[in-house]
Write a protein that binds this ligand. Structure first.
Ligand SMILES: Nc1ncnc2c1ncn2[C@@H]1O[C@H](COP(=O)(O)OP(=O)(O)OP(=O)(O)O)[C@@H](O)[C@H]1O
Length: 467
């Protein structure tokens, strides 16, 4: 039901509008002064304002109404609902000035009921459409980010992955919340996007948010959005992930990283299926299917008091575990071939293949960084290879930056030349990758040793992955 504020010093006008609008299903709040109108507008959400232009018996200039519109536009900007100016007979100049000041339309008193209702409905619809447009623009940029996930191929030849996919496919049809566990780089995000594609919500958006990369002070704004002016840097209305994911799937990655204080806020949305953007008291329905992922042991985190048990139960109606790459050996060579094809295309190389010895080496390696490490390992090897990827070009025995230096010095001359052609970004990325290997895939330790926060680490990683 739409809420309408009627501001007029004549209580008869308020009463008759209340009567008429009530009859058409609107909720009406009446005020007889501009001060009261200002209080209402700053403290509550309205869908429309009907504003008289003169509030003192002896004034007919309309200046009071016009000044009020200008003042409210400055104060509330995008949060200001559409205003319809009410003018008396023969005051067309006032109506024009009101439109110039920011009113959306005007009606002349005495009004015709049908025309008035029509004007009100049109303005409310237009305002809604404007809001949806803003939301769609935010969604578009988010969807572009997620595109690579939506179209990513998923290689799963091992029995364990076949079984997991079958399970995911049947669970996807329900609307249950799903928790995906597994080490970093095992393909949790990719599985989440597949669950979305298998689900009834496939035609809706797939929106992801990395909880490890969100600064705590912006947590609510990121998830639930904010309205302009809600805090110092809130220059525009902004849709949060829950709004962007309406009728689709929201993927919360690194769920174990949500600070305790914020966990309560997420829990409330999951329990009540509704939320309010920061700075707004307008409640919105959360029509999303939640898939979350973690590489931490949430049950231990619950024991340690750093993760809420009630939130855990809300998130994991069902749990899917992504096995580490070393536990699905049958996938290693098909995945390596897939990455060779993918990166070859990117670098314009043709007909590069894995030597038999290289395949054996890939199978023997323990892959602490899982598929992400395999992908980067193949990409780097492609740089160094012409027709065949050899064991040497895979460079698999390196366990620290120091040994990486040694390995570099023992490389053939032309390989060093190729390394020397790497950009600073590529060198930095290699260093991050080596460090991750050194800490056996533990992101917290890796980030700490590089002097980065976890979120800083993920931001850099995301930058390379987008390249
Ligand atoms: N089965 C698969 N087939 C092909 N590519 C895959 C597969 N699984 C993962 N990948 C690719 O490996 C990389 C890492 O996967 P993804 O980001 O899904 O892992 P993750 O477990 O979510 O990692 P993190 O825990 O670090 O967020 C991505 O580039 C992804 O496209």
């Amino acid at each position: 039901m739409a809420n309408i504020l009627v501001a007029d010093d004549d209580i008869n006008i308020i009463a008759s509008l209340q009567f008429l609008l009530d009859d058409h299903g609107f909720d009406v709040q009446g005020v007889t002064s501009l001060e009261a109108a200002k209080t209402q507008l700053t403290q509550h959400n309205f869908d429309l304002v009907m504003l008289d232009m003169n509030f003192h018996r002896d004034t007919t200039s309309g200046c009071e109404g016009i000044e009020f519109i200008q003042q409210m536009n400055k104060l509330l900007a995008d949060k200001l609902p559409p205003i319809i100016a009410m003018t008396g007979w023969a005051t067309i100049d006032i109506a024009v000035s009101a439109l110039k000041a920011g009113a959306k339309d005007f009606v002349q008193k005495p009004w015709q009921d049908d025309a008035l209702i029509n004007t009100i409905q049109t303005q409310i619809k237009l305002a809604e459409r404007e809001q949806q447009l803003e939301l769609a623009q935010d969604e578009n940029s988010q969807l572009k980010q997620d595109l690579y996930l939506q179209h990513g191929d998923l290689i799963a030849e091992s029995a364990v992955m076949q079984q997991l996919l079958k399970q995911a496919q049947s669970l996807a049809k329900s609307d249950m919340n799903i928790l995906i566990t597994g080490e970093n780089g095992t393909g949790k995000s990719l599985l989440a996007s597949k669950i979305h594609q298998f689900s009834k919500r496939a035609s809706g958006p797939f929106v992801s948010a990395n909880m490890g990369a969100i600064v705590e002070s912006l947590f609510e704004s990121e998830l639930f959005g904010h309205v302009k002016g809600a805090f110092t840097d809130a220059k525009q209305n902004r849709a949060g992930r829950f709004q962007m994911a309406q009728q689709g799937t929201l993927f919360l990655d690194e769920i174990g990283n949500i600070p305790l204080a914020q966990q309560a806020k997420l829990l409330r949305v999951l329990e009540e299926k509704q939320f309010e953007p920061v700075g707004s008291s307008k409640t919105q329905r959360a029509d999303v299917r939640l898939v979350s992922a973690t590489n931490t042991d949430l049950e231990s985190a619950i024991q340690a008091g750093s993760f809420r048990q009630d939130l855990f139960y809300r998130l994991n109606t069902v749990t899917l575990h992504m096995p580490a790459l070393k536990a699905r050996k049958d996938d290693i060579v098909p995945l390596a071939n897939y990455f060779v094809a993918k990166h070859s295309k990117h670098y314009g190389k043709n007909d590069v293949c894995l030597s038999e010895c290289a395949k054996a080496a890939l199978l023997a390696y323990h892959w602490p960084g899982n598929l992400r490490e395999l992908s980067h390992c193949i990409e780097r090897a492609l740089f160094l290879s012409d027709t065949s990827i050899t064991v040497e070009s895979l460079n698999l025995n390196v366990t620290s930056n120091l040994t990486q230096q040694n390995a570099l010095t023992s490389m053939p001359e032309d390989s060093i030349t190729t390394q020397a052609k790497l950009t600073l970004d590529e060198i930095e990325f290699q260093a991050m990758e080596q460090r991750l290997k050194h800490f056996a895939g533990n992101v917290t330790e890796t980030a700490k040793s590089l002097g980065l926060s976890r979120s800083g680490y993920y931001r850099r990683l995301a930058k390379y992955e987008a390249q």
